[in-house]
Design a protein around this ligand. Sequence first.
Ligand SMILES: [Zn+2]
Length: 207
Amino acid sequence: MGLTPGDRLPPERDLAHRFRVSRGSIREAVKHLAAQGVVESRRGAGTFVVSAPQAFARAMEAALAGARAHLDRLFELRLIIEPGIAAVAARKASAAHLQAIQKAVATQAEETDSRRWGEQDLAVHRAIAQATENPLVLELLAATGAITETREEALQSAARHEASVTGHRRILGALLAHDSAAAAKAMEDHILWAHALTQLPSKEDSA
Ligand SMILES: [Zn+2]
């Protein structure tokens, strides 16, 4: 991409556009490049290229592939655990649990600040996990805190935020009906949907 030693790295947004990946992936990749000494961060000045153009391009491709693989593994993990959580929640959810999930979805639906979408998505998933009344499930969800990365990648525009809310409403409907199979399927579809979004290039922050 024609960057030579001493050049300042273009903004995340430009790099995301150029490599057709999300800004989160770029951020992750640049961290790796910094650890390898391919680029160097200077406080307040930005990030600068250290390596020769070819070495930089190779390292960038490898770092992006690494970030991609990591994200895929996180989604795979979510797919393994969260439909099961939804199925148990459908069976065990009390009226109070259901109300809490409903409230979390409503709060998410009303949020206009895109910086809060990720945490509100997480709040919905946490409320669903709480309905299992199994502290180990909550510990597992907390232990996989890194999974927030999957949210940052997926929830990048108002349209995607809307679609996330729609997915949550479908899960909620199954929980209200105490239909475990439907809840598991709705959760599975929701996670597959979010994962598929991260395979697309970044939408230029239309929100
Ligand atoms: Zn969600």
